[in-house]
Ligand binder design. Structure first.
Ligand code: NAD
Length: 423
């Protein structure tokens, strides 16, 4: 098996913690030969972990690409709005690319990346990691075997979990769609993608409702400070109090905004970063709940509901076919398949995943590297840009519907308009 060489762009949470560990765990398969990371502390930690010299470290992808680094692949894990330019340049430099989702908050950029990969004959795989998990793969196999007949309808719930909601989508990186992406793209493009994967049909019509109901100024405590640590009058009853949370049960989340591992270090970060702000006085604008209705070409339907106010972080699915029904709960890794004729209910308990996102974080790297090794025999991966573009267009159209009070959008027309704009 040929060992692959990779350059990593963005050694943040995903780059350093989700994908680069593959090189540590399987050094005979993957070696990171250079890193581009803006944050000097993160860059130094990453260099140490992967034994990189100073010459192998760059302050930015822009600087990295002024050099000709010998590598097979580029792994790109910068933030949502910084995916397009490094991806185009990486492909033009001759690398196959593993790119974090969402591809881009701009549909035209999604198309441009897809076309560039096609033109240069490079594999561009988008990190729709759920497609690579045993949980969704098992469900897909059951459907493809015909065990439940033809799918009539799917219900998919994305339970974000209330503290995760406050951390990532009220205080954190993805709280403002003007700076990152709307929730349906950032968080739920996975779900749009999974619905397309399971249904295996073109989607015809989309409508969506949703809003930011709770995390806004109107709900802030009277005379409360901007930062929780500055003497909040409702400190004792507010579950979102930053000090109580990040110094207590949310300590694990604190590593997303500070490398410090002392209480003093976390407090310092709460006094200086957005993670110490009152959840009702943040700069957030993304929805805290959203529903989407879909109708597919063969008449089958799907409903999707994302909500921030849930006790656990999971996805729950119910797939109703003409011969039976599948129910699955992702955090428990259980799938039940009910047969209408025999009335048998077979319950599958999958093994506990060993990497993040139900095992998808590791499995996607393995699949991508295999795809690169065998590129030519097959030019697409399970989540390559062509496939991912379709589910991104679904997310864009759902957002367009939500912004027009649930107006029904005809997906083909919506996609044609985007494609025409791009030329
Ligand atoms: N696949 C998934 O399920 C999943 C889950 C979470 C996040 N994401 C996506 O992953 C991406 C990264 O998220 P994250 O949580 O790792 O964010 P992060 O902020 O922790 O990491 C991004 C890193 O990019 C670096 N960076 C910024 N500009 C740069 C430049 N010009 N050159 C080099 N480095 C630069 C930043 O310093 C930062 O360390 C986002 O697009 C996010 O939406 C995907």
């Amino acid at each position: 098996m040929k060992k692959m060489k990779a350059v990593l762009i963005g050694a943040g949470d995903r780059g350093a913690r989700a994908y680069a560990p593959y090189a540590k765990n399987y050094p005979h398969e993957l070696e990171i030969v250079a890193v581009a990371e803006k944050n000097p502390e993160r860059r130094a930690i990453f260099a140490k972990e992967h034994s990189l010299t100073e010459q192998q470290c760059y302050n930015s992808w822009e600087e990295m690409f002024t050099h000709d680094i010998e590598a097979d692949v580029a792994i790109i894990c910068t933030m949502d709005r910084e995916h397009h330019d490094p991806t185009i340049q990486a492909i033009e430099k001759g690398y196959h690319v593993l790119l974090e989702k969402p591809m881009s908050p701009d549909p035209e950029e999604c198309i441009s990346m897809t076309k560039t990969a096609e033109k240069h004959q490079k594999l561009l795989t988008i990190c729709h990691v759920l497609r690579y998990t045993p949980f969704w793969q098992t469900i897909k196999e059951i459907i493809d075997r015909g065990d439940i007949g033809d799918i009539v309808s799917i219900q998919l719930n994305e339970n974000v979990e209330v503290m995760h909601m406050s951390h990532s989508f009220v205080r954190g990186n993805w709280n403002n769609s003007d700076e990152s992406s709307p929730m349906i793209l950032q968080k739920s493009c996975h779900d749009m993608d999974i619905l397309m994967y399971l249904m295996d049909q073109k989607c015809k019509y989309v409508s969506s409702f949703g809003s930011l109901m709770h995390f806004k100024k109107e709900n802030a405590p009277e005379n409360g400070p901007l930062r929780c640590l500055d003497g909040c009058p409702i400190e004792n009853e507010c579950i979102f109090h930053a000090g109580k949370y990040y110094l207590g049960e949310g300590r694990g989340w604190a590593r997303k905004f500070t490398t410090a591992d002392t209480r003093e270090g976390v407090i310092e970060a709460l006094n200086t970063t957005d993670y110490g702000k009152c959840v009702y006085r943040s700069n957030n604008n993304v929805v805290d709940h959203q529903v989407v209705n879909l109708e597919f070409e063969n008449g089958a339907t799907a409903t999707f509901s994302m909500c921030g106010f849930t006790r656990e972080q999971t996805r729950i699915v119910q797939i109703m076919g003409t011969k039976g029904e599948i129910r699955g709960k992702m955090d428990e890794n259980t799938i039940s398949v009910y047969d209408f004729q025999t009335k048998n209910d077979s319950v599958i308990h999958l093994a506990k995943p060993t990497s993040g996102h139900g095992g998808g974080d590791e499995a996607i790297v393995r699949d991508f590297l295999n795809g690169v090794r065998n590129y030519g025999e097959k030019k697409e991966s399970r989540s390559s840009a062509t496939v991912s573009l379709e589910s991104h267009l679904l997310a864009f159209s759902a957002e367009a519907s939500r912004l027009q009070n649930g107006k029904v959008i005809e997906l083909e027309r919506f996609s044609d308009e985007v494609l025409m704009k791009k030329g």
